[in-house]
Design a protein around this ligand. Structure first.
Ligand code: ADP
Length: 341
């Protein structure tokens, strides 16, 4: 099948065309990005037109057969890939209070794509869906039930498509049936999360109600005592939106080391920058704590999987984490680890 995969954000449209009849490594025929939606590009409809023009020479007369839309928040409503109808798009739009930066743009992208290709099947794939198997003891927060219910406040987890895909690949590589695989997945990009996979299913994950929770990330704080936030709110005299920006865009590695680019942080640490070293120590320490806890959650992991920009490419960061995991019986080949750097 010839499939167009899109990730419609508020200001950009990322896309790939994949030919699923080819071997996995050759499936991606093209990928690209339309930027500045809302400024240079007036709206998502125009962005889809621009993308279609770029696709024409690649498709060379072949017809697309389906469109896949990445959606950040599916909440409790969407636990599987879902064929789009106008009603489904409206329901995704209705989840916007839970993902104000993402779901409205996804819905606009879907409407534009359905307008452009009314006869093509279009499917929404949810970042949260893989985590819908978490037990209540993992997803519920210890706050009053009425507040949790009123605002649908619970752990949802994100990066689900990545966690699901790499745990399948790892199980296949190890010759373990996917539904018997127990492992820990560290998805370490600019956003980062770690997931406990038991019997092939997500049973816990570090991101929560939003992608702010858990690990120290490029620009996000990860876990922090909520009272620290009320103190900052009250004493700085700022509003919630500003606090949200501080925690999501001005914290993490950027706040600790002056850059959210792991390559720069590692280089700075290697040349003696103490704050950069501290940032690496804190980041790997936090991840170690999650891995140790999740090893118990899954009943003893058969594999620890690193993925995404940092996980795949930073042998230095993987080493920092792996060197802390001796008590779990983890040994690794330093030379092999350094190859993918
Ligand atoms: P996003 O969450 O934005 O999709 P990515 O998965 O692309 O993020 O990861 C971005 C992170 O990966 C950045 O911190 C970047 O520095 C890091 N990264 C990318 N390539 C390398 C590399 N070769 N070595 C170390 N870090 C890398």
């Amino acid at each position: 099948m010839l499939i167009l995969v899109v990730n419609a954000g508020s200001s950009s449209l990322k896309y790939q065309v994949r030919d699923t009849s080819l071997p996995e490594a050759e499936q991606m025929l093209t990928s690209g990005l339309v930027e500045n939606i809302g400024t240079d590009v007036p709206n998502h409809e125009v962005a889809f037109d621009i993308m279609s023009e770029k696709l024409e020479p690649v498709l060379a007369g072949r017809e697309l057969q389906a469109v896949g839309h990445r959606v950040v928040q599916g909440a409790e409503k969407f636990t599987h890939p879902t064929l789009l109808t106008e009603e489904v798009v409206q329901q995704i739009d209705d989840l916007s209070p839970l993902a104000p930066l993402h779901n409205p743009a996804h819905a606009q992208g879907m409407r534009a794509a359905m307008h452009k290709w009314p006869s093509l099947p279009q499917v929404a794939i949810f970042d949260t869906a893989f985590h819908s198997t978490m037990p209540e003891e993992a997803w519920r927060y210890a706050i009053p039930y009425d507040l949790a219910d009123k605002y649908s406040i619970r752990r949802y987890g994100f990066h689900g498509t990545s966690h699901e895909y790499v745990s399948h690949v790892a199980a296949d590589m190890l010759g373990i049936a996917r539904d018997e695989f127990n492992g820990i997945v560290a998805h370490l990009g600019n956003g980062a999360s770690v997931t406990a996979v038991k019997g092939g299913k997500s049973v816990d994950t570090s991101m929560g109600y939003t992608p702010l929770a858990g690990l120290i990330m490029g620009t996000r704080s990860g876990d922090i005592d909520p009272s620290a936030l009320t103190t900052i709110l009250i004493r700085e005299g700022i509003d919630g939106a500003r606090l949200d920006t501080i925690l999501n865009k001005e914290s993490g590695l950027l706040a600790l080391a002056g850059s959210n680019d792991m390559r720069k942080v590692v280089e700075a640490a290697q040349s003696g920058d103490e704050r950069a070293q501290l940032a690496l120590d804190m980041t790997s320490y936090r991840l170690m704590k999650y891995i140790g806890g999740y090893n118990l959650v899954v009943g003893g992991a058969q594999a620890l999987i690193f993925t995404a920009g940092i996980g795949e490419n930073s042998g230095d960061f993987r080493k920092l984490v792996l060197d802390r995991l001796g008590p779990l019986g983890i040994k690794y080949n330093e030379e092999e680890n350094a190859k993918r750097s």
